[in-house]
Design a protein around this ligand. Sequence first.
Ligand code: PEP
Ligand code: MN
Length: 359
Amino acid sequence: MNNITQKTINNTHKLLHKKGLVIAGPCSVESELQLMNTVTQLAATGKVDILRAGVWKPRTNPGGFEGLGTKSLPWLLHAKELTGLPVAVEVATSKHVEDALSFEVDVLWIGARTSVNPFSVQNIADALKGVDIPVLIKNPVNPDLKLWIGALERIEKAGIKATGLVHRGFSLYGQTELRNTPVWQIPIEMKRLFPEIPLICDPSHICGNRTSLQGISQKSIDLDYDGLMIESHCNPDEALTDKDQQLTPKQLEEMLSALERKTKSSREKFYTQSITGLRDEINDLDAELIITLARRMHVSKKIGELKKQNKVTILQQSRYNEIIEKAVKSGQEKGLSEEFIRIYMEAIHTESIRHQNLT
Ligand code: PEP
Ligand code: MN
């Protein structure tokens, strides 16, 4: 390895630990012109530390734009020379690692659809043995803390010293307000477990739109994250991937300027992280309660149908009393008052009768 390459690597290692680090660039490299246009505008903002660009794109459905692959790596090298900024690329296989290294890519990242699969992560880790390059690990697509830790450990075991964690949200079934739900308590727990590893927020893939980007970015700063990874494209409306969430370099500059980085005491940081984690837990529990209640009403409805077919009255007092007494006993064992359980069960029962009468 020549001296210049070694110096760039050392600088990038240090850069990864910069508070307020900004990694920005297009979701995908689409052409040499698009890349050069975007990166020169990004560099001109003076607010970007590392350029990002996807070359191999893991797409949910076949037939979409899957990236230009190895042929676009020389353009990235050119982008680096032109701007003086290091470049980061997503890798999903050992071949990607080899190709990226041969074109002097400075930082590698493992995407969410790859960190979910231990075989793929191991395959990348094997290709990284003996290589000194910073590697960012995105959270897996599903909200599984252990899987994220496992991916980090595989990369660390390969001898990689400079790692970073990228929080890009988690995909849940059904319509959600954001493209990927943040589940903040998972990255907060990663930060607690690995305080020395930079935690970077990727608001682009959390939001899936432009309007929520600033709010999510600010929240990550309030939670004491170390940096941001944001998608930026010279002409977002024409982007071949993730067009709805990409910002122009100018919009990115404006957004970054609007973010507030308040200096907080460690006590305040602890409070913000703890309250966010706990509120998230309450939101998840409330969502579970509603799902369980809806399931209960569905079963009640089926009972109602059965009763109707067999000409049995809807309300059977003895069964109702049995349910209430069982709930009161179980609730009391868990510290819930009898009064609360009676009111709660009464409300559920009234709604059940309504559902049974609807049949
Ligand atoms: C990306 O960064 O463009 C990407 C594919 O992200 P993720 O792995 O978070 O979906
Ligand atoms: Mn993307």
